[in-house]
Write a protein that binds this ligand. Structure first.
Ligand SMILES: [Zn+2]
Length: 129
């Protein structure tokens, strides 16, 4: 069986497929600088995507803890109902964090701070409107 060759989109040489990588609309020799740059750029993008995914997850989890404790404390919404709104893979972390913070009912000090912050935000929204 003949060795499969492809045309490099940069130097136009016929080269073995394994000497190339996917590049733009075709394949190009691995050793070209622009191919190596593209590989590095792709690797950086993948690292950034992983970093952003972790940041999104952390924000989502932290928000869920606040959301559950506020709704449970101020509106009396059952924790189980609120927890059903949390993504499955976040539930254990969220439940542990709520426990770590002293449970789903906010302390007196937390309640005062939350009420103060809510009134401050409401006032700022009126100023902006
Ligand atoms: Zn080439």
């Amino acid at each position: 069986m003949p060795i499969k060759t492809v045309e490099c989109v940069i130097c136009k040489e016929e080269v073995t497929k394994r000497k190339t990588l996917v590049y733009k609309d075709g394949r190009a020799c691995r050793e070209h600088q622009e191919v190596q740059d593209a590989v590095l750029e792709q690797k950086l993008k993948e690292e950034q995507d992983i970093m952003w995914a972790k940041a999104d997850q952390a924000m989502r989890r932290i928000s869920a803890v606040s959301f559950i404790r506020c709704y449970h404390t101020f509106r009396g919404v059952p924790v189980m109902l609120l927890m059903s709104r949390v993504r499955k893979d976040d539930r254990e972390w969220v439940a542990d964090k709520i426990e770590e913070m002293g449970g789903p009912i906010m302390s007196g000090e937390e309640t005062i701070n939350a009420a103060f912050m809510a009134s401050h935000i409401a006032k700022r929204v009126k100023e902006i409107e």
